[in-house]
Design a protein around this ligand. Sequence first.
Ligand SMILES: [Zn+2]
Length: 204
Amino acid sequence: MEKGGSILEDKVLVLNRSYQAVQITTVQRAICHLVKGTAKVITPDWTTHTLEEWVEASRFYHNGNGRLIRSPSLSFIAPDAIYLVTFDRLPRIEVVFSRANLLIRDRYTCQYCGKSVKNPKDRTVDHVVPRSRGGKTTWDNVVLCCRKCNLKKGDRTPEEAGMRLLTKPKAPRWESLIMEDFPKEKKKAWRQFLDYAGLPELSD
Ligand SMILES: [Zn+2]
């Protein structure tokens, strides 16, 4: 496949066999699925196409928008969404631990006092069991914390400091994070599939 700019890195929404949005992948990986026959292209009118059908359909759909994937033998439109023909379940996808994802999980609020910490100056990351006591940097031991609470807690556990966590920290569910991660340019193409999946409506 010719690498037409970054088309192969473009985001593709993945639906499972029950038409639930389950994952975001790249055009490149989507093509692997299509070649193997484990997925079909799905269009907003809910039509599904095998790769061969999609190559054919692309001739009709392509309107010169430059999103064609080309190889010596095939050319077709980079799909916006694919449908996994055999995959029935919601995949268990581990959400990568990162500061950005932590902000989303903890909704930009201090997990001790509930204060908003939208301003980066106001927030810090707290190890519930302090690192000096063997506490790990994992979803179940790290929370968002305001500077004041962080200072108060110091190098102690919440119990020792007489503080209480608002919620017990744990790895977030993937579906709640996917909402924050949507590429803006894809919202229109994906809206229908996501609405069907019962996910919150996307804002423009
Ligand atoms: Zn606080």
